[in-house]
Design a protein around this ligand. Structure first.
Ligand code: M6R
Length: 591
């Protein structure tokens, strides 16, 4: 949520800031702004909407600057609420939420200070100006001590025009030292270049950048030595490669993501230590948000079936405030594509503090979650740009399935590796079959609501299908357990209501079909995603997609593909942008 970028060095700052902001737009695209210092003269440009609207700032002279792309928390996405926020000698960009802003603002208002935005961030500029006595880092330390909430801050001061001061609490911030200057950003790809040394600020740390140097300070104010991250520039440069949208391109990469993830898991260097932990694991807690939460739900089916240990899957924002029961030998698995989701990090920290061993499942090697974990399992899905998670979900599933197999082996139970190994080829088949859903779109375009039904693992896939549709096409939809419909939700079925049934388990198929009958009898138009050919021609079914069979437990890895495709085609047909859905951002670094 919100991306920040900065530079101090020998080059012109503005082009670097604008390029960095473009790469950070996945974190928010409500409004954007930059501030560039040319000597003591501060030039500022802010615009509502995307970074493209800032192109005139290219002309700003000066080699020190900061920039911001916003996902609105406090205040509408207007030019006034865009960052940087300026007060007196201070300009700042902020990613996070200041929870005590009301009290702090009242204090500033009582001093007669005027505010021009509705944001929580502006108050930080006021505090900084108040504390400034010729040393911007000292002012930032005093200011940070007054703030409750989360922040990554980059601050300019017209009286120290070569410097940028930084502070981090909960929200990510990295610094890159290169031959031509010092860079900062919310994530590495926004600034990474060949030969750059990258450092990550950890919790409650500060930094002062300028004159070719980066100095880091701990919570107690003492300067600290930082170890650089062993980062190599990603070969996977995000391009659409002929696809109209990143989402569609990323879906096409699902088979490769699965295969790469399986390879990484097979060559996992810490496997013996992990096996040792798995041997003793008695309880498994999975915490995650959104799509990653759904992968946890799908994985629970596999963990329980294969390893027969109790698994609890909880939305991270609930887990962190629930006082969960964490017994000895509890293994906590935190799943997060970005590895930066604030709630997931907080839940993982809580479990770790209570003595659980933390396994991170993440797609970002140097993410905060990866740095926190005892064991890091990488989903090798490659960069995912579209806000709607697709290939990362499939990669999370295969990784969690592989972990379930490891756990089963550690518990002396059999495994089923062969089925897992065939998943990349089967995903390729599922992708081709999924093109069939394109013909379904007219039935969904103006639906009042859409239902996704399933049982067992199919229900977990239904939840993810429903989230995808809501997220990128803005249609109200629900994923529902097929057997639960008659307890209330059936009342919503009307003539023409689209229902998507997921049917991959012959054990449960007839049971799910009962729900299909019940909706059909009330006028629903039923579409089927199945691996059971005998159901495709049933008279209740308007149209079906036939998937290859990969076994009931692992079926969501394939059955989600046509659901992702359906969401994509409906989104495009409704004139939405599937890569940048309204109100959302790819990386949710605020709670
Ligand atoms: O980076 P994370 O996996 O932790 O993100 C969690 C959710 O914000 C994310 O999965 C979100 O639900 C997706 N946009 C859904 O497509």
């Amino acid at each position: 949520m919100c991306g920040i970028v900065g530079y101090t060095g020998r080059r012109q700052a503005a082009p670097i800031l604008l390029e960095g902001l473009k790469k950070l737009e996945y974190r928010g695209y409500d409004s954007a702004g930059v501030a560039v210092l040319d000597g003591n003269a501060l030039q500022v440009m802010k615009r509502a909407g995307s970074v493209e609207n800032l192109s005139a700032a290219q002309a700003f002279a000066g080699s020190v600057g900061i920039g911001h792309t916003r996902w609105a928390t406090h205040g509408a996405p207007t030019k006034e609420n865009a960052h940087p926020h300026i007060f007196g000698r201070i300009a700042l960009v902020h990613n996070g939420i200041i929870e005590n802003m009301k009290a702090l603002k009242e204090e500033c208002l009582a001093r007669g200070e005027k505010f021009v935005s509705e944001t929580d961030s502006e108050v930080i500029a006021h505090l900084l100006e108040g504390y400034y006595e010729g040393d911007i880092l000292a002012a930032l330390k005093k200011t940070a001590a007054r703030l409750t909430g989360s922040f990554a801050l980059a601050v300019l001061c017209t009286e120290e025009p070569r410097k940028i001061a930084l502070a981090r609490r909960s929200s990510p911030l990295v610094v890159g030292r290169a031959e031509d200057g010092i860079y900062l950003a919310s994530d590495i790809p926004a600034i990474a270049a060949k030969g750059m040394t990258i450092y990550a600020l950890e919790e409650k740390e500060f930094a002062l950048l300028g004159e070719g140097e980066a100095h880091f300070y701990g919570e107690d104010g003492r300067e600290i030595e930082k170890k650089p991250l062993e980062y190599s520039i990603e070969e996977d440069v995000p391009e659409k490669r002929g696809f109209r949208h990143f989402m569609r391109k990323e879906m096409s990469e699902i088979p490769q993501s699965i295969a790469n993830t399986q390879q990484i898991m097979h060559a996992y260097p810490q496997i013996s230590a992990l096996r040792e932990v798995l041997c003793h694991a008695e309880y498994l807690h999975i915490v995650a948000c959104g799509t990653a939460y759904h992968s946890g739900l799908c994985a629970k089916v596999a963990f329980e079936a294969l390893a027969r240990i109790p698994v609890e899957v909880t939305v991270a924002s609930e887990y962190r405030y629930r006082d969960p029961i964490i017994r000895k030998n509890t293994l906590i698995v935190a799943v997060s594509q970005s590895g930066e989701t604030a709630d997931t990090l907080a839940a993982a920290e809580l479990a770790k503090r209570s003595g659980a061993t933390l396994v991170a499942v993440t797609n970002v090697r140097y993410s905060s979650l990866a740095r926190l974990a005892d064991f890091v399992l990488f989903t090798a899905a490659g960069r995912e740009i579209a806000v709607a998670a697709t290939k990362s979900f499939n990669a999370q599933l295969v990784l969690l399935y592989a972990l379930a197999e490891e756990l089963a082996r550690a518990k002396g139970r059999g495994a089923c590796g062969a089925e897992l190994l065939s998943l990349p080829a089967l995903a390729e088949e599922a992708l081709s079959a999924s093109e069939g859903v394109r013909a379904w779109t007219p039935h969904f375009l103006s639906a009042k609501s859409v239902f996704f039904l399933g049982r067992g693992a199919d229900y977990c896939a239904a939840l993810e299908g429903s989230l995808k549709l809501k997220e990128i096409s803005y249609l109200p939809s629900e994923g529902y357990p097929a057997g639960e419909l008659k307890h209330g939700t059936l009342a919503l079925i009307e003539e023409g209501t689209p229902v998507v049934a997921i049917l991959t388990s012959s054990r449960l198929a007839e049971k799910t079909m009962n729900a299909v009958h019940e909706t059909y009898a009330r006028g629903a138009k039923v579409f089927l995603v199945t691996s059971l050919p005998e159901y495709c021609k049933r008279r209740e079914i308007v149209s079906s997609v036939l998937l290859p069979d990969c076994g009931e437990i692992f079926s969501p890895a394939l059955s989600v593909i046509p659901l992702q495709a359906l969401a994509y085609y409906v989104s495009v047909a409704r004139g939405c942008d599937p890569d940048k859905p309204r109100n959302l951002a790819k990386s949710v670094t605020v709670e």
